[in-house]
Ligand binder design. Sequence first.
Ligand code: IMP
Length: 434
Amino acid sequence: MESNNITVVGLQWGDEGKGKIVDALARTSCYVTRYCGGANAGHTVKAGGEKFALHLIPCGILHEKVINVIGNGVAFDPEVAWGEIVALRERHIRIDSENFRISSCAQLVMPWHKYQDKLNEQSLGRNKIGTTARGIGPCYADKANRSTSIRACDLLDVASLEQKIRHIGQQKNTVFAALYNAAPMDIGTIVAQFRSLAENLSPMICNTSALLRNACQAGRRILFEGGQGSMLDIDHGTYPYVTSSPVTACGVPAGAGVSPKSVGRVLGIMKAYTTRVGAGPFPTELDNEIGQAIRDAGHEYGTTTGRPRRCGWLDAMVVRYTASLSGVDELALMLLDVLTGFDELKICTGYKIDGEIVKDFDPARLDEVECVYETMPGWQQDITDCRKFSELPAEAQNYVRRISEIVGVPVGIISVGPERTQTILHESEIKELA
Ligand code: IMP
């Protein structure tokens, strides 16, 4: 059976503007599902003049009939989730066990994971990864380790949960003292905190894999909401400067508990330029006044950590690689308006290593490449009110066409501002966005 689902993935180093597109697509979806990452994500959605910054709760929560799912592949931080639930309820957004479901198999981010993330980064000094300090890496490490993991299903049995917290917490205190000379955590406080979180979150925990597979069978649309960006993928990104989960569309089946055939139409989200937060290779980075101009115009400061993002020209080699990894059907080109006012724009269309053109993209060798650029004329007109492709200045139209040509995937959606209405549908197969 042909899948009716849509998967949204970021094609660069995160922060591509997935939140706006997921929010728009959520209107026609029955389920919105997170399958990777955790509270390291930061999705900003502007709706009805209000701004919502979500880290863990799927963006579908802003739509009344949508069921929002935390898949088994998510590093689920109960403290952050409960904080977001309370904050959303204060703004009169309904969120309860009917419209928010947490996989019983999702790994819990525990206070020691966040503590370890910080201690580890401090100990790495100049070699630090530049994580979001949300405990993501240590949580997935414990998932793989098994004997030190705590899952959402453990919240359903408070007596056994308490035992686990005491046992694992003590182990962690011993290890942190030996490794980092760190002060011990107060395990009693963690037990008390988790007793209360268990009570609040238990009604929302269930077998989400079955829920989603049944939905697929019934032909009900699921929107899979990718976190981070494909260049941060644990396997296919710029390792070790990556996050700790599979974030491409390949992560959907494993992280949501559905068949690979359920991935559906894959929508790749990209910025009209490139940004990155944290350390690691970034071939088109502009550590100069042009980079600063992009940062200012695009408000390029992290939603999760507030850190200034590194900015640079569009690296089409990156997008071509990541689009092919996820089998992207259509591109959504975000933040095109940020490029207004530049005399000329550059697109990286190739790499050289030792003077030789590189044939196959290799994320492991990204710090060795020299970029080959194509220069295109910029545009000066404000494009934030354009609603049709034909209303864009010719230079902007050419820029969009060239991206599509190099990446080999049509640009279906163009975003010219943060509001839902500031969107141009151009050859999109996703008619529901109109
Ligand atoms: P972690 O996921 O917190 O372990 O961070 C690992 C790397 O991924 C760091 O460079 C972070 O800045 C980056 N990162 C993680 N999540 C996001 C995101 O949602 N947007 C952009 N960068 C992210």
